[in-house]
Write a protein that binds this ligand. Structure first.
Ligand code: NAD
Length: 454
């Protein structure tokens, strides 16, 4: 089939490449010429494992092309995936739908839209409930033969290619049998491989995405609230999470305590969900999500506070090493990155801050030019008074704590991702603190485990 993918960011570039890999003839469209230039040259504009290969294969096969022209897109196909951004509006927290509306208007203003088969616009961006119906009315004012479906995306950055080629389910929010048939045809290879296809109305499809993200955010904030309780009573949230997660009704995933969630999706999505629910007069139904958001923000402040106490109560004249800038491992995305939020807060409180990340330094520098960055962990940790482990890259788990102890001024580490080996680090002479877990000191210092960190 011939398809366009409008918006080629983290979602759209991967979707376009995976649709070409599935055998479709794909035209990716974006308003950003630099992005289109990179994609045309089969160069991913961001770090995503496996994407470069797919871009190359799609281009070689002649099934994947890119353009900045929405008019060209309108003439290229009858099926258009909408993958543009839906950022947060600063004041209200509601989703900003201007990019979605601009893309739809640009398509409809083209004379070439709406050939015999009927145009189908398939939304993949995360949008407030009711958006598909509103867009359908907007679209039909100029293109009577056009329809809108919503097919929310659940990919995770860092495993986006795998998640797109082997999704756990396909949710198809449709307004007609014709739209459902088109979606089944597009995803035929996945359906043949046994991927469940859940067909529903567009409002439910929009809500599936919002409710899923709200649930995941709630699970993370739940365990972080438990970490706060553990701190107060010298209990260990790591063991608590492991024991809770062993219950199959609860499960271990998204139950890792630490610095909380960030990125371009969860934080903005729960705020947009709250804003839309309030519009619908349902403020009470989603009030808990405001608390989920607040617990999440508090973990950043708690990490800063813990580090400040560890360097003696003030960051003035202190050197702080930060391991991690990306909002999560496997990605160079620094949108609403908890690691960078902490690094910047520590800098503003007077410390000299140096930041390491294996992939996200360019993006982090663009977002926070006032921070210092280096690609070498030893350089970042040189003479540090405290090391903050803020993004759970596997490289940091593999560090040799004995060698790193020789580099820093004071071997103290805040493991805000609960993934460093506490025994190995304390044996190597480190004092290891993690929110929600009793402080672990080197064996010679205080006989191993001691009381709460603050
Ligand atoms: P992004 O900012 O990386 O990409 C958005 C792209 O849309 C940009 O390249 C931008 O230039 C382009 N764009 C904006 N206006 C346009 C227009 N009028 N025409 C053509 N292109 C236009 O954002 P993203 O992370 O890819 O997210 C896109 C949507 O997908 C959001 O709604 C997000 O919530 C949702 N989503 C993202 C992920 C993820 O992991 N990133 C996962 C699931 C859903």
């Amino acid at each position: 089939m011939r398809l366009t993918v409008i918006g080629t960011g983290y979602l759209g570039a991967v979707h376009a490449a995976c649709m070409a890999e599935s055998g479709h003839d794909v035209l990716g469209v974006d308003v950003d010429p630099a992005r289109i230039g990179a994609l045309t040259a089969a160069r991913p504009p961001f770090y995503e494992p496996g994407l470069a290969d797919l871009l190359w294969r799609g281009a070689e096969a002649g099934r994947l092309r890119f353009t900045t022209s929405l008019a060209q897109a309108a003439g290229f196909a009858d099926t258009h995936f909408v993958c543009v951004g839906t950022p947060q509006q600063p004041a209200s927290g509601a989703a900003d739908l201007s990019h979605v509306e601009a893309a739809v208007d640009a398509l409809t203003s083209s004379q070439r839209l709406g050939t015999d088969g009927g145009t189908l616009l398939i939304g993949k961006s995360t949008v407030p409930v009711g958006t598909a119906d509103r867009l359908a009315r907007r679209l039909r004012a100029t293109a009577a033969n056009a329809d809108v479906a919503w097919n929310p995306e659940f990919l995770r950055e860092g495993s986006a290619v795998h998640d797109t080629l082997r999704p756990e389910r396909i949710v198809a929010g449709v307004r007609s049998a014709h739209a459902e048939a088109r979606l089944r045809e597009i995803y035929a290879p996945l359906l043949a491989a046994g991927v469940p296809f859940i067909s529903t109305d567009t409002a439910t499809a929009e809500l599936v995405k919002l409710a899923s993200n709200a649930f995941l955010a709630t699970k993370i904030s739940f365990i972080n609230a438990m970490a706060e309780v553990c701190d107060a009573v010298a209990a260990d949230v790591t063991t608590l999470a492991r024991a809770m997660g062993a219950d199959p009704r609860i499960g271990p995933r998204f139950l890792t305590p630490g610095l909380g969630f960030g990125g371009g999706c969860l934080p903005k999505d729960i705020r947009a969900f709250v804003a839309r629910a309030e519009e619908l007069g349902l403020a009470e139904s989603v009030a808990f999500l405001r608390e989920v958001d607040e617990i999440n923000q508090r973990q950043r402040r708690r990490t800063v506070g813990l580090a400040e106490r560890l360097v003696g109560g003030s960051f003035e004249n202190r050197c702080v090493a930060v391991l991690g800038a990306a909002f999560k491992p496997g990605s160079d995305d620094v949108r609403d990155s908890p690691a960078l939020a902490v690094a910047d807060a520590v800098r503003r409180r007077g410390a000299e801050v140096r930041v390491h990340d294996p992939e996200a330094i360019d993006a982090a520098r663009a977002a926070h030019p006032e921070l210092q960055f280096a690609l070498d962990v030893n350089k970042v940790c040189e003479q540090a008074d405290v090391v903050l482990h803020l993004t759970d890259w596997p490289q940091y788990r593999a560090l040799d704590p004995a060698a790193l102890a020789e580099v820093v001024r004071i071997p103290t580490v805040v493991d805000a991702r609960h993934s460093l080996d506490p025994v190995a680090w304390s044996r190597a002479g480190w004092t290891l603190c993690a929110p929600g877990r009793p402080r672990l000191c080197p064996p010679h210092a205080e006989d191993g485990v001691v009381g709460p960190p603050h």
